[in-house]
Design a protein around this ligand. Structure first.
Ligand code: NAI
Length: 246
């Protein structure tokens, strides 16, 4: 399976969970992966486990100039960027009336502004080369809403509008922008929920189980690869059938 042979991919939030699974899957498919995380140690450790010319980079995606710098460095060290996966994300859950200003700002800055920062930084090069894939990791709660997650749901819904608009702007230049909206996936982000809540949640999922990071990574590889060349501006829901829209 070398469908992404010699391609250069940036994956944010690659130190663990869904991001690590995506980085692993893209590198298995032949890509050279730049693993991005807030801390250098986690990013380098992730890259060390991958095939190809993988490298780790520390970057806070909420920081616009750090993102510009990151893209420059990756291009110097690995080559022009073919694939960007905006996966880094955080939660700061609370009911609306108790949500602090910084809970709102941190979540919007990381989940939405982060994707904007990096998409803008790679877009010009991709447009010039007339090829590129941008894949943004949203969430089903951006489509349905969720109690206790007004900030998070707003950031993920924003990501959908952002992606569709970018898809429209970039389509004529051969740059495809799509969204993956995961349901409930087994990672550090969801580990805090107790065993009872997790099994109650699993009972509500038609496919009868919580998803694994690999369930998302395979879909991202599809969106990065040769079998999705006629898709842009789409939201692929990967949630075991939890949310079904008409
Ligand atoms: P996680 O908490 O296990 O990992 C998050 C990753 O993002 C870490 O590598 C962390 O270092 C990185 N990160 C956080 N803030 C950052 C920043 N400012 N700059 C750079 N990197 C940063 O999360 P998980 O579960 O793997 O989630 C990955 C993505 O999938 C997130 O966008 C999340 O919102 C989304 N998602 C997760 C679901 C789940 O059930 N786990 C469901 C739906 C969406």
């Amino acid at each position: 399976m070398a469908e992404l042979k010699q391609q250069v991919a940036i994956v944010t939030g690659a130190s663990r969970g869904i991001g690590l699974a995506i980085a692993t899957e893209l590198s298995r498919a032949g890509a050279h992966v730049a693993c991005v995380a807030r801390g250098l140690e986690g990013a380098v450790a992730a890259a060390a486990g991958l095939r190809g010319e993988a490298r780790g980079y520390a970057c806070d995606v909420a920081d616009s100039s750090a993102c510009t710098e990151l893209v420059k460095r990756v291009e110097e060290e690995l080559g022009p960027i073919d694939i960007l996966v905006n996966n880094a994300g955080v939660t700061r859950d609370n009911v609306l009336v108790r949500l602090k200003d910084e809970d709102w700002t941190t979540v919007l800055d990381t989940n939405l502004r982060g994707a904007f920062n990096l998409t803008r930084a790679v877009a010009r090069g991709m447009m010039k080369r007339r090829s590129g894939r941008i894949i943004n990791i949203a969430s089903v709660v951006g489509l349905t809403g969720n109690r206790g997650q007004t900030n998070y749901a707003a950031s993920k819904a924003g990501l959908v509008g952002f992606s569709k608009s970018a898809a429209l702007e970039l389509a004529s230049r051969g740059v495809l922008v799509n969204v993956v909206a995961p349901g409930f996936i087994d990672t550090d982000m969801t580990a805090e929920l107790g065993e009872d809540t997790r099994s109650e949640l699993a009972d509500q999922i038609p496919l009868g189980r919580i998803g694994s990071p690999g369930d998302i990574a395979g879909v991202v590889r599809f969106l990065a690869g040769p079998d999705s060349t006629y898709m842009t501006g789409q939201v692929l829901v990967v949630d075991g059938g939890m949310v079904m829209h008409g």
